[in-house]
Design a protein around this ligand. Structure first.
Ligand code: PMP
Length: 394
């Protein structure tokens, strides 16, 4: 009595139990989550301002500083996926009318250009065909021509399987009065990246939780250099997002000297999981993680060639150790191969994305999933698919 009638009935689907099949995720991410990280994410909540939670956030910050090899104080995780970090980087760095140069050799540059355009920035594009990377000379010409205040470049181009060399890039950008912004969502932990060293001196670096860190998607590490911080302090206008305003987030994450204040409710369980992913990375050590990805990727590439498949990225040094791209073999439809692997082997690999759609298959071996056993499993399954899915010539 007293309540109104709900006329829309409860959905039948929700009255049945949640169904999550077992799958081996060897696509470009997410990767499978190890039991220790799953357990961390399944813990009971804390309040988002409890001292124990703030301590978890401090541990995440230290973990990101290690993973990125940086001493930047403005280091934290945004509450969202890789795209959230990408938007956070661009919308805090750029103001309407700023010129940004975007290196585009796959989908991630395309997306960065899209985001920067929405912010009212003057977007200039530096283009390379999918499967290729940018040389210092390419970049230098672009910087001299367009005089941007920010350069966006992707370290691990997951749509094409290209690893972008970064040596010398930071110094080059700084000589041209430009900040270097690097997307390492697909590469962090799988290939060396030293934010403060090697003449890289990256100004803004971000990653994601669901690739090499093997945590669920939903939190994304990001860090800003002193140069980047100064540019943000010089802004004439507020960043156009409250949720991703780095000034507010810096305070919430204890990156400045003011008392920490509520900004938004942290995705507490995502942060527990990220903390464990970073802890596992710290325990293993960056060098051995890099070596593990290199070794398993090399083995995978050798065996793919022995199967008669052609690698999409020609130069070995330019191959991304976390995600390998092979050309769709002649006489096959790529969707039939991926569907067969899923149906018969419970195994995910992916087709192309953006400019590589229809051209490649993508196989990810990331973090917890980067093992020799998984190399054997994906090759066995592919051999089976190549026998079963061949199309007779029309
Ligand atoms: N950048 C790169 C290089 C990526 O591989 C991805 C994820 N595939 C993203 C950005 C976006 O991350 P998310 O899907 O977590 O938003």
């Amino acid at each position: 009595a007293g309540h109104p009638m709900a006329t829309i009935p409860p959905p039948q689907a929700l009255l049945r139990p949640l169904a999550v099949p077992q799958r081996l995720l060897l696509g470009p991410g997410p990767s499978n989550v190890p039991p220790r990280i799953l357990a961390a994410g399944g813990q009971q909540l804390l309040g988002h301002m409890h001292p124990e939670m703030l301590q978890v956030m401090d541990e995440i910050k230290a973990g990101i500083q290690y993973a990125f090899q940086t001493r930047n104080r403005l280091t934290l995780a945004v509450s969202g996926t890789g795209h959230c970090a990408m938007e956070a980087a661009l919308l805090n760095l750029l103001e309407r009318g700023d010129t940004v140069l975007v290196a585009i050799n796959g989908i991630w540059g395309q997306r960065a250009a899209d985001i920067a355009g929405r912010l009212g920035a003057e977007v200039r594009e530096l283009l390379k065909p999918p499967g290729e990377y940018f040389t210092l000379r390419d970049i230098q010409e672009g910087l001299a021509r367009h005089k941007p205040s920010v350069l966006f470049i992707t370290h691990g181009e997951s749509s094409t399987g290209v690893l972008q060399p970064l040596e010398g890039l930071g110094e080059l950008c700084h000589r041209h009065g430009c900040l270097l912004l690097v997307d390492a969502v697909a590469s962090l932990g799988g290939a060396p990246i030293l934010m403060d060293q090697q003449g890289e001196k990256i100004d803004v670096l971000y990653s994601g939780s669901q690739k090499v860190l093997s945590a669920p998607p939903g939190s994304a590490p990001i860090s800003f250099s002193e140069r980047a911080r100064e540019k943000m302090l010089r802004r004439k206008t507020k960043p156009p997002s409250f949720y991703l305003d780095m000034g507010c987030l810096a305070n919430y994450w204890g990156c400045n000297d003011k008392p920490r204040m509520y900004h938004h409710t942290a995705p507490i369980n995502s942060f527990f999981s990220l903390r464990e992913g970073l802890a596992m990375l710290a325990e293993m050590g960056l060098e051995s993680l890099w070596e593990r990805h290199r070794a398993n990727c090399t083995l995978l590439c050798q065996e793919l060639r022995e199967l008669g498949l052609e690698l999409f990225v020609k130069e070995e040094v330019a191959r991304l150790p976390t995600i390998t791209t092979v050309r769709v073999p002649e006489g096959y439809v790529w969707q039939e191969i991926t569907a067969f692997l899923m149906k018969e082997h419970g195994l995910e690999i992916a087709g192309g994305l953006g400019p590589s759609v229809g051209k490649v298959l993508r196989i990810g071996l990331m973090g917890y999933n980067s093992t020799k056993d998984n190399v054997d499993r994906v090759l066995g399954a592919l051999r089976d698919a190549l026998q079963s899915c061949r199309r007779s010539r029309l």
